[in-house]
Design a protein around this ligand. Sequence first.
Ligand code: ADP
Ligand code: MG
Length: 460
Amino acid sequence: MSEVSKDFKSVGLSQEILDNLKSLGYLKMTPIQEKGLPFILSGQDFIGQANTGSGKTAAFALGILAKLDLTKLSPQALVIVPTRELAEQVANEIRRLARFTNNIKVLTMSGGLEERHKIKSLKQGADVIVGTSGRILKLLETGKLITSDIKVLVLDEADRLLEMGSLAEMNRIASFTPLDRQTMLFSATFPQGIKELSSGLQEDAAQVTIDSQHQMSTTQQLFFKVEEEKNDALLCVLEHYHPESCIIFCNSKEICNKVSGWLRTKTIDSLQLHADLEQQDRTLTLIKFDNKSSRILVATDLASRGLDVKDVSVVINYDLPHDHELYIHRIGRTGRAGQEGLAISLYTGRERETLMAIGEYLKSDCVIKGLNELKETKSVILRSEMATMYISGGRKDNIRPGDILGALTKEAGLKGVEVGKIHILEVNSYVAIIHGKVEHAIKCLNASKIKGKKFRVGKA
Ligand code: ADP
Ligand code: MG
């Protein structure tokens, strides 16, 4: 983060929000927050363009939270995102930022198995709705989503929304909301369509662009020329850098399968993320990667945008992406929020042109390296330290992380350090447990209760 960044106090947030930001470790504003929040908090329409990982979510979430009137029952803010995964993630970030009060309810609406419970929750009153465009539109058209109190409309990852849906769809969603709303667009890149989107939905919008040169300074980018058969090169890179966590990007799901399978023959476990997986499997994959049950995620560009997977130490482009915007999105998975990142790209003679195009876009010479410059280490230990446990209860049962942690320490005798991240979803939960203790924890929890209720517990 740059040295000019200020703390959140300077933009005039309430003391309870400031205290909570501090407890989350948000000490300084990121550039998009610093430049954007004054407009956002003033209620002006807004366009924010900044690299992935630059804290755009908190920028609009703080704007939403500042505007909520807790005496109202129907939703006051509507956030449209391109995928279900993002809906969950954005909702979670808003919940974290709203932690100073118990009264703010954030609901995701993006189809899937849990939708029935959610429509019930919606009827009981929700303040912020985060969802995918198709699903939201359906709820609007069937009158299930009341919009008379909507004050803020956010289109997050607007570039992607336009690729997946259409301008007409966004306009139609907006047409259900009051005209005096504040409308905000966020995007990492700025294709032509966004201008049209803005002129249809916004009035007198303030625009803030944080240039990517500035943002990318914390991520080191290396390019390795390799043979057509890239697997050995991949192993070489993994052995040398020994990443704590790593996403390997491939250009197709077939290549993901191939890479994952090959890693398995080298006894390296990996998770896969691509469009062929069922929604539930995708969610579980992201949870397992986030809670450190696996150190390697082999993925298509489904994982390149928007998703905030924390602490990815290395991004490897097994294939060069076909365009430079995808490249920016992919490497945005590392070096997030001012952390140092490393992005490694493997390219063959055939990918030379793509490499040149990326270099041109970055306005700098790509640093080309040879594999022979890498030290070999004899054994790769890329085993993860955690495993994931499943519990058949979630938010609908009012389960909170403390309840699960309490059961694990009391009933299973685990120490706090043996329990990792806890993810609570609508109808179930996932908990990372240190490898050696997971079977024991499952046995104990199956024999006891959480919040006075019995749940099924197993290995996820
Ligand atoms: P974007 O939407 O721009 O891709 P995110 O909103 O997902 O980025 O934020 C990336 C990460 O940075 C998240 O893990 C978020 O919790 C964290 N973050 C956001 N703002 C701050 C801040 N001011 N200080 C520290 N971390 C932050
Ligand atoms: Mg985002």
